[in-house]
Design a protein around this ligand. Sequence first.
Ligand SMILES: Nc1ncnc2c1ncn2[C@@H]1O[C@H](COP(=O)(O)OP(=O)(O)OP(=O)(O)O)[C@@H](O)[C@H]1O
Ligand SMILES: CC(=O)N[C@H]1[C@@H]2OC[C@@H](O2)[C@@H](O)[C@@H]1O[C@H](C)C(=O)O
Length: 397
Amino acid sequence: MHPTKTVTVPTRVIGLISGTSVDGIDAALVEISGSDLDLQVGLIAGQTYPYTAELREKILAVGAGVAISMAELAAIDDAIASAFAAAAKNIQIGYQPASLIGSHGQTVYHRPAHTDAPNIALGYSMQLGRGALIAHLTGITTVSNFRIADINVGGHGAPLVPRVDAFLLSDSDQVRCIQNIGGIGNVTYIPTRGDHWLSQIRAWDTGPGNSLLDLAVEYLTDGGQSYDENGNWAASGVPCYSLVEQWLQQDYFHLPPPKSTGRELFGVAYLQQCLKDAAPYQLNPADLLATLTELTVGSIAHSYRSFLPQMPQQVLLCGGGSRNLYLKQRLQLLLPSVSVLTTDQVGLNADFKEAIAFAVLAYWRQLGLPGNLPSATGAPGEILLGEIHFPPNVKLC
Ligand SMILES: Nc1ncnc2c1ncn2[C@@H]1O[C@H](COP(=O)(O)OP(=O)(O)OP(=O)(O)O)[C@@H](O)[C@H]1O
Ligand SMILES: CC(=O)N[C@H]1[C@@H]2OC[C@@H](O2)[C@@H](O)[C@@H]1O[C@H](C)C(=O)O
């Protein structure tokens, strides 16, 4: 795993992703130069484009296992691609246009190898919003379907952001953990830059981020609210530690990395079980939210203690959960020796980091550079990620 020296010219790229919260499309218009240790990314514009309520509901239903026909699947795939293409067009308004798009798409299913299908050697992960249609609608070369190459060689295909974290957020003095708190949480542990630092990086999905909290808020408000702004509601409650301890016994938290997960595990059925477990304690809504927050931060702290080679000096939060002040405060209490900050505080936008990462992954694909980190995904080696789709105006030969 040797950093390479590739001569590059600054490239304007759009990164697109809708994550496991299914709250909308994060779009980042960036200017990228360099390749690895000299990688530089300037964020020109970042915007979230919410899905229509109808499309969001369909996506959540498909993700939750509701049966649909192949024709309906194709229609959802194309509706997502059209929404992604519209986001890509919109983010460029008023700026020099981009020459490349990196689109993660929308995950609707993720099954790591040997989970629920012990005899199948390869995992399965499905992201909708086909890149070919995005390229067709925008006229811009589009890289998509990033996870499949890693999965095809036996990796989890997730998390994929760690290699980007490594080159944008490593430091010569500080050992860092980059902790994303989206629907699902994931960490990238980065030792200080030095000999073999890249091969010493560790990364995995820590478990629930906001997924259970959001579902609980929706349940408690009868669909009136979709999340707990700043964690204010949870902050007015008291966590039930016996429940948190009970929930932390769950297998996933004890599985050694590399590991990945999704709403298939930490989704509606999981929350229903949590509500059943909580019934004897007669928690009020605020206590329930405080307890679920404690599960998120407890699972993060537990996984650091169990699986990191050493505690970091800094944890840099990103993703929507980094705005949840109560959650951040609770995490700081559980990690007293660590400074809990956000990636904003070291110059990388915490809301658009994932979108930026998929712009970088597309750029690396175009340069012929690998995008995965084998220590993060469990793949046997580095590999090129993403399928390239050319727009109709490009001469193919
Ligand atoms: N001000 C806020 N206060 C509390 N929570 C917030 C705030 N803003 C966003 N969030 C939480 O962040 C979530 C969205 O986070 P994000 O967009 O990072 O998730 P995602 O990218 O969909 O997920 P993943 O990273 O798992 O793919 C919201 O659903 C909400 O729970
Ligand atoms: C299958 C899938 O979409 N996984 C997401 C999810 O959301 C957070 C966590 O679980 C992470 O593993 C991944 O996304 C980021 C962008 C990644 O691949 O690094």
